[in-house]
Design a protein. Structure first.
Length: 178
């Protein structure tokens, strides 16, 4: 049997050895974690659902866009007309044309602002739906391939752990389901 001074040293050494062993085991387990990364911006640009959403938005807003372009052309034509023939007009006619031009410009700017706001709102809705679908696919991939962690935003991602192409491919395969 060991005496007091020596037994404390032996117990201390054994405790230290066990702690180092446990630390090594913890590091080994952490090194075995399976990690991947996904580029959300690429998914929102390149995936089938994102492209379908863009096409849907273009179709949905095409008429309003055309109406705005027509209104801009009318505004330009009216402005050029006032500039060219303004000198030959009476002061009353010129003032009326300027008011009409100003009113058309105000209407145009209001409609353009409403258009942008509506388009941005719908775009955000569509992109949120695409991201929701992408997140479901990412979760499925994580479960099927036993990933411990998948990050979507990072400063740097090694191509070795980037699974964006796999997610885009999976989204293409599930594009019919919502």
């Amino acid at each position: 049997m060991l005496t007091g001074k020596y037994s404390r040293r032996v117990i201390g050494a054994m405790t230290l050895s066990l702690a180092v062993f446990a630390l090594d085991a913890g590091v080994a387990q952490a090194q075995e974690a399976k990690i991947a990364a996904v580029n959300s911006d690429r998914i929102l640009r390149e995936s089938v659902p994102a492209k379908a959403a863009q096409t849907k938005l273009e179709a949905e807003f095409a008429k309003r866009d055309k109406d705005l372009q027509d209104m801009a052309q009318r505004l330009k034509t009216m402005s050029e007309s006032v500039d060219k023939s303004g000198v030959a007009m009476s002061a009353t006619d010129r003032a009326q044309k300027q008011r009409d031009l100003s009113q058309l410009d105000s209407d145009f700017q209001r409609k353009q602002r409403e258009f942008r706001e509506d388009l941005n709102q719908r775009r955000n809705e569509e992109l949120a739906a695409v991201l929701e679908r992408a997140n479901k696919v990412i979760k499925q991939i994580a479960e099927q391939q036993h990933y411990d962690l998948i990050v979507q935003e990072a400063v740097y991602v090694s191509p070795r752990i980037d699974i964006t192409d796999q997610v885009i491919k999976a989204l293409a395969g599930s594009s019919g389901s919502n």
